[in-house]
Design a protein around this ligand. Structure first.
Ligand code: HEM
Length: 321
């Protein structure tokens, strides 16, 4: 019975995946001749940075998501602001995206090994895969050949989904990037890693609505523990909450937490309250293997969005050539 159920889910996911359009002609072997050491250099850089700072994996995974969502995966998130232009990096949702130095470090090494060859956008995509695998999650073959963007605008970060979004808004936001409902629920599983500041979820903890002080979809004891972490006064700048109980391990705990009303963001918990997404949350909460398999597929889909196949390979991550 359990295995026939598993087979049915596998077929549904396969159908959802097949109908997904893929815009870019990227290639898993893109640097095989031009820079055969590329992936090894990136992996070593990311691994060393993670040993030194365990926050690196979550930050690099989120960086990839934000980069792809704003102008397609083109490393526009790495560009510095100038006197006449405030860049994405300095847009409000990106202020807490850190660890840019890890990508810069990998790129510096790549420029020595194979100058002007590996794009910054590909470095982010490979690093995002590596941090997932290093944290215990799946491995997948990253498609490569992206070129780097030359435009980066802070005001475009308003287009990132907000933690207050309902399911329809989430679906719409992902669909605008060619991503399915399945991709959306699966990629939200990125919240198996990392941390959130109080400001991202505290609207759920007081004056939530006309009828409820606390978001009623939230486990009551969990809400009390979040309130304790986020006192209104005397709060440190880094006050907040880990996104799941095993937040340095890539696993399916995020979905289990949602089942028990312990999703940190409204946008996490709403996935259980809508028939379009509930079944996916339940599947992943019970079947980590299915989550891992689908996460790999959805990360490739995310990495295909808005890819530039012509343009420049930036020499410096922070400036256009
Ligand atoms: C579905 C829509 C999403 C929303 C509304 C959302 C929102 C957020 C918010 C508000 C934070 C906390 C920021 C802070 O307070 O510091 C966060 C953190 C994070 N998000 Fe998302 N996110 C979404 C999807 C994703 C996706 C698709 C990924 C990756 C595949 C992802 C990966 C992460 C990670 C790893 C963190 C922790 C970052 C850290 O510890 O520094 N998120 N997200």
């Amino acid at each position: 019975m359990a295995s026939s159920k598993g087979l049915i889910f596998a077929i549904i996911f396969a159908v959802l995946t097949i109908v997904k359009p893929s815009e870019a002609a990227l290639d898993a072997h893109y640097y095989d001749r031009s820079c055969p050491a590329a992936e090894k250099i990136i992996l070593e850089t990311v691994r060393n940075a993670t040993l030194y700072d365990p926050k690196v994996p979550a930050r690099l995974l989120r960086m990839f998501f934000h980069d792809c969502f704003i102008r397609g995966c083109d490393a526009s998130i790495l560009l510095d602001s100038t006197r006449s232009n405030q860049a994405e990096k300095d847009g409000p949702p990106n202020i807490s995206v850190r660890s840019f130095y890890v990508i810069e470090d990998a790129k510096t090494k790549l420029e020595k090994a194979c100058p002007r060859t590996v794009s910054c956008a590909d470095v982010i995509a490979i690093a995002a895969r590596d941090v997932v695998t290093l944290s215990g999650g799946p491995y997948w073959s990253v498609l490569k050949g992206r070129k780097d963007g030359t435009i980066s605008r802070a005001n475009e970060t308003v287009n990132l989904p907000a933690p207050t979004f309902n399911v329809s808004q989430l679906i719409q936001s992902f669909a605008a990037r060619g991503l399915s409902v399945k991709d959306m629920v699966t990629l939200s599983g990125g919240h198996t890693l990392g941390f959130s500041h109080c400001s991202s979820f505290e609207s759920r903890l007081q004056s939530f609505s006309k009828f409820h002080d606390i978001d009623p979809s939230m486990n009551f004891a969990f809400a009390q523990s979040l309130k304790k972490k986020c006192p209104r006064s005397n709060r440190g700048k880094n006050a907040g909450m880990v996104l799941d109980s095993t937040n340095s391990v890539f696993d399916n705990d995020y979905y289990k937490q949602i089942l028990s009303g312990k999703g940190v963001f409204g946008s996490d918990q709403v996935l259980l309250g809508d028939s379009r997404t509930k079944w996916i949350v339940e599947t992943f909460a019970h079947n980590q293997k299915a989550f891992f398999r689908e996460f790999a597929v959805s990360m490739v889909n995310l990495g295909n969005f808005g890819v530039k196949e012509s343009g420049q390979v930036r020499v410096n991550t922070r400036f256009i050539n």
